[in-house]
Structures are given as C-alpha cells and as structure tokens.
Design a protein around this ligand. Structure first.
Ligand code: PMP
Length: 424
C-alpha cells in the first residue's frame, strides 16, 4: 500500500491540527456513513463530524436541495438580511419543531459555530439579569472562545486562554460525587441559599444533558428536572447547550425533551445545518429578547445554503417521529452489543443514550489504542473524557443496521486485539 503524502500538512499546517494525527490518511470523498481516502480505502464513520453529520455525509436529499439552490443563483451570503431561504427555514422550524413541542422561542442567528452560540447565550443571560456569574458543571465542554472556555472544565483547554477565566463556577454534574454517595445538588443548593457562601447570585446555569466531550456523562431526567426547578425557584436562567446532543442525537429533536423541561435558552449548531454546513442558533423565551439591534453580530450569520439544507432536513426527518424511533432502536442495538463486549474484559463499562455511547476504560491508555486499532481496521471512532479514557461512538442517525453491526464488529475486534490478556 502506498503511504499517503502528508508532507504539506506536517510542514505547512500549524501544530494545532488534531484529528489528522489520529487518522493519518488523506480523505477524499464521502457518502452516508462512509469516507474514502485518496487511495480508495473505505472507512466506516462512527464519528459523524463530531456530531455535525447526523444525517450522514452528502445526504442525497439535502445534496439535491443544495445543488438546486446554488444552480438557481440563490443567495449564498447575506449577513442577517431577510432572504427567502431564511424565511422558509424560520417557518419550518416554527411549524415542525417548536410548535409541536409547545415551545415558544425567539430565534437568534449568531456566528455559525457552537462556541458563538454559547457566547451569545452567556451575553444574553447577563444582559437580561444584570448579573455576571455563571454556573457550569464539572467536565463540561462549551467551546474554545473565552466565554465558552470559562464554563468549560478541561484544564488543558482552559490553559490555552492565556488570561484568567472569570465569572464562572463549576458545580458537580450528575454522578460526579457518586463515589462518596453525595447528591450533586446538596452543594449547589447550599451555596446558592447561603448569603455567606461567597457565591454571588448567578445569571445562569449552563448544562449539557449528555456531556459529549466530557466522557459521555449522562444526566438523568430526574436530575435535569431538579436542576430546572432549582433555577426557576431562584430566578436563575437555565441554558441547555444542545450543540452536540440536539438535532436528534439522543432520540428526540432536543435532548432535554426526555426530562419534560423547558430551558430559558437553548444553543444549537453542528447538525442544525443538516449537511455539515456551518450554522448555529440560539433559542430563547420571548421575554428574554432584550438584544438591541446588531448588539451581537457577525459576518457569517447568514449562511443561506445552510438554511436551505437545514430546512430540508427538518422537513424530511422531523415531520414525524420515524427518525426518533429508529434512533432509539439503534441505540438499544448498540447498548446490547457494547454490554456484551465490556462483559468480556476487566476494567470496562459502558453508558449511552440514543446514538451517543461510550466505552469507559479504567486504564485510559487502552481507549486510544482501541481507536488506533479501529482506524487500521477501517473504523473512525474517537476518544473523549478527562483522560481520553472513553471510546465515544457517534454514528450518523441515518446509519443502516447492517453498517452499525459492521462497525460494532470492527470495534469488538479492536477491543479484543488491545485488551487480550485482560479477560475476566
Ligand atoms: N458546545 C458543545 C456541547 C460542544 O460539544 C461543542 C463542540 N464539540 C461546542 C459547544 C463548540 O462548538 P464549535 O466547535 O462549533 O465551536
């Protein structure tokens, strides 16, 4: 096999590059759940653009709408001007997603990344309440800009800020204190209700219902309900960051639906554009819409081709509950397979919801080895968690059962190869 020519990447691209180190080949084309490199080798995708490709690569329905739009000279760039593509998207979002769920949200188009949606959400919460402090959670991940980093847990990522990260306090996420049998909320409630605790009254709490980057940590529905009640009783705004877990990743369109809660503010990005095109949204209760015109702006808020594929994705996949049902069924299929796999070896466990699952390794080094071996066998899967100790499975929601089974077999083979000798 010819080695791929990686010279220009090593010589010219910054050291900051990351995924290309885990997957040392040069990718060329992709469709559905498959990527092909320039030598024609195929890889099954259990990564899905870190959650940006819930509907797969070059989804044919979305692709056709994009080709038609571009072919017809539809607007490509429009800042936040009114366009037909944006009107169609807003109407579809309202009628297909928001109204059927009884959600009365205003829609903000921030810059097209998850971090930008988070920045806008934090700014809005501070502006509405006139308070500065934000509560976030252990192992949270919200993005790489300063505000988003201030509510992110990972020390190495935080260190990159180069300035003190302020006005945020980390609270224990669901399960964080389970080894000492303490309830996550004991501490949080106590410091909030004690005028002498040293914690200023926060503007907002920001939470992921499932922490994707933090190691597939899952908040129970009951915990989320308690959190929502705690916030509403103290007039603290609740922000759910659904950048990675929204758009059906856990089954329902919004990941918080499982808890029956209505966050004050919701951030969406990654798969909301449908086709992997950059786009983000901030949704919030109408009474929170205190923005002055242009107060949070950005040149790329009007990525109209993404509005087209976003709309078609909503029409095609969210007009009924077929995708949600299929996602939950595929999730159970993964859970069954992983439960079998981890039972074979010592020091492994598994957790997940919908189509996000993790295999947790007591010996963190094994997780990266499993991912490396999986790549050699033709499967893209990445690690997450504070020590990169979790192999995170994030296939496209549109993956077929046969593809899913194939990927699970590749993963099982990789685990066998790496963990042999650690059998129970
Ligand atoms: N929030 C969450 C929950 C995320 O998972 C991510 C990305 N992994 C972000 C925010 C940041 O998104 P982006 O990389 O598009 O800035």
């Amino acid at each position: 096999m010819n080695m791929p020519d990686m010279t220009v990447f090593a010589e010219t691209e910054s050291n900051v590059r990351g995924y290309c180190r885990s997957w040392p080949t040069v990718f060329d084309t992709a469709s559905g759940s498959w990527l092909r490199d320039e030598s024609g080798r195929e890889y099954l995708d259990f990564f899905a653009g870190a959650g940006a490709l819930n509907y797969g690569h070059n989804n044919p329905v979305l692709k056709q709408s994009l080709l038609d739009y571009i072919g017809g000279d539809g607007i490509t760039h429009a800042l936040d001007m009114s366009t037909v593509a944006k009107r169609d998207l807003l109407e579809t979002l309202r009628d297909t997603v928001l109204r059927p769920r009884g959600l009365d949200y205003k829609v903000q188009f921030p810059g097209p990344t998850g971090a930008n949606a988070v920045e806008a959400a934090l700014k809005l919460a501070r502006k509405v309440t006139g308070r500065t402090e934000i509560l976030n959670f252990t192992n949270a991940f919200h993005g790489m800009t300063l505000g988003a980093l201030s509510v992110t847990g990972n020390a190495a990522k935080r260190a990159g800020a180069g300035v003190p990260l302020q006005h945020a306090t980390s609270m224990p996420y669901d399960g964080y204190l389970s080894d000492i049998e303490a309830d996550s909320f004991t501490w949080m409630e106590r410091v909030l209700d004690d005028a002498s605790s040293g914690l200023d009254q926060p503007a907002a709490v920001i939470v992921e219902t499932v922490q994707g980057e933090g190691g597939v940590n899952i908040a129970s529905a009951q915990w989320l309900r308690q959190l929502a009640e705690l916030c509403s009783a103290r007039e603290i705004l609740l922000i759910v960051d659904d950048v990675q877990m929204g758009c059906g990743r856990t089954g329902p369109f919004f990941s918080f639906e499982v808890a029956g809660i209505t966050p004050d503010i919701v951030t969406l990005s990654k798969s909301i554009g449908g086709y992997g095109l950059p786009m983000a949204l901030v949704l919030f209760k109408p009474e929170l819409d205190v923005w002055a015109p242009g107060e949070h702006n950005g040149t790329f808020r009007g990525n109209n081709p993404a509005f087209v594929t976003a709309r078609v994705a909503l029409e095609h996949y969210w007009s009924d509950d077929a995708l949600e049902t299929a996602t939950l069924a595929k999730g159970e299929r993964i859970e069954r397979a992983l439960t079998g796999m981890v039972a074979t070896f010592d020091g492994l466990s598994t957790r997940g919801r919908g189509l996000v699952h993790g295999v947790v390794f007591d010996d963190a080094s094994l997780a990266s080895k499993v991912c490396e071996t999986a790549f050699d066998r033709g499967l893209l899967v990445e690690t997450s968690g504070p020590e990169d100790e979790v192999v995170k499975l994030l296939p496209a929601l549109t993956i077929t059962e046969a593809e899913l089974d194939h990927g699970l077999e590749l993963l099982a083979g990789s685990m066998d190869a790496v963990c042999s000798g650690r059998g129970r």
